[in-house]
Design a protein around this ligand. Structure first.
Ligand code: 5GP
Ligand code: MN
Length: 358
């Protein structure tokens, strides 16, 4: 295939190779509420390093959704919330920690403090803006639509050209494809990059069954989740036509009514963008403050998780940062609010008109 633009420098590749060569125990971390790109990038790196004889563990801050549980070796991920002592021990023994798909320790909750306390080498592979400076090697490319694509580029550059086909096994290809697909909404946003399709073509020729992956990820709702989406659209969606904006919010009581499981809220924020002339969408859900976040919560028992999406040249990350102390990509951002849901909603209503102007 035509060669890809070599985005990593020779020095970066040399350092990455050296870090890998000099490590035996590797821990891979990825962000809170792992999505397809987080799961795909961490597991692809795991398979790649295991093939080189390394001992590798993947630690995720909290549970991943069922629709990603089929990914090869996802079932071996260690969930920090429930297996903290074991995860801490692995981190203390690690000689290399690889952080995929997040740019700052805050994005992994209480695992962040642990990460910063470690003296071993740290390497970041990520595509979010403004990477923090804790890693010894930062491979950060915000122009890339997914971390999985970066992992593909890294693995293929680290392997001798003749070896690329054998180093990207079908398992690795499957993990990588999953993240490329989910972070672009099945190639419907952030997806005008010719090289991305070159990579997809290569992955399919390596054995990826893209239709099956689509089905496993996007056609895997529980009936409860489907009904929750219906409820959101029928009863809960507020539309502000002058600002081309939609807002949906759910209390814990409402989530309980629909037997809410981790991952069930994924994608709800995108739904209003299917309405003609709606270009901005916000989704909020009430959550508990978990014991590790008490300091952040300042006495509040509730945490509101905010998701923002937009289309085209209408960034929502500035709003996410200014109003909800969050951030993210131009068209997909989020934040958190520690306090009651009605307060978070009011905060949105008081401010969105200043930001959502196009
Ligand atoms: P989601 O709405 O899927 O939870 O998040 C979309 C994107 O927004 C994530 O990929 C991440 O870049 C960003 N994001 C979500 N929540 C937060 C947050 O609390 N802080 C920051 N800095 N970014 C967030
Ligand atoms: Mn990502």
């Amino acid at each position: 295939m035509a060669t890809l633009t070599p985005i990593f420098s020779a020095a970066e590749l040399r350092t990455a190779q050296e870090f890998i060569n000099q490590s035996n125990n590797v821990v891979i971390l990825t962000h809170m509420s792992p999505d397809g790109d987080a799961m795909g990038s961490s597991l692809a790196m795991r398979h790649f390093l295991e093939a080189q004889g390394k001992h590798v563990s993947v630690i995720v801050p909290n549970a991943f959704p069922d629709f990603l549980a089929w990914l090869p070796k996802a079932d071996e991920d260690i969930i920090y919330e429930s297996r903290r002592a074991e995860a801490d021990a692995l981190l203390e023994q690690a000689d290399l920690v690889i952080c995929t798909d997040f740019n700052e320790p805050k994005r992994i909750g209480s695992l962040g403090d642990k990460l910063l306390s470690l003296t071993c080498r740290k390497m970041m592979i990520d595509h979010h803006l403004h990477p923090s400076d804790f890693p010894d090697l930062t491979l950060s490319y915000p122009a890339s639509p997914s971390t999985c694509e970066l992992v593909y580029r890294l693995i293929t550059r680290l392997s001798p050209i003749t070896d690329t086909r054998s180093s990207i096994t079908e398992e690795i290809a499957t993990c990588i494809y999953t993240g490329m697909m989910t972070d672009t909404g099945n190639f419907s946003f952030n997806s005008n990059y010719p090289e991305m399709y070159q990579i997809v073509g290569e992955l399919v020729s390596l054995g990826v069954n893209k239709d099956e992956i689509y089905n496993r990820v996007f056609n895997a709702y529980s009936a409860d989740r489907m009904r929750l989406m219906g409820y959101c659209l029928y009863q809960k969606m507020r539309i502000f036509p002058e600002h081309h904006t939609a807002l949906i919010y759910l209390s814990r009581k409402e989530l309980y009514r629909f037997n809410f499981q981790s991952g069930d809220a994924e994608g709800i924020v995108n739904l209003p963008l299917q309405i003609k002339d709606i270009h901005y969408s916000c989704f909020m859900r009430e959550d508990k403050v978990n014991p590790t976040e008490v300091a952040l919560a300042g006495g509040s028992k509730t945490k509101i998780k905010i998701s923002l999406r937009s289309q085209g040249n209408r960034p929502v990350n500035v709003f996410a940062k200014d109003i909800f102390g969050g951030g993210g990509h131009a068209n997909a951002s989020g934040g958190e609010y520690y306090g009651p849901l009605p307060e978070a909603v009011q905060r949105f209503l008081d401010n969105y008109q200043d930001y959502f102007v196009l």
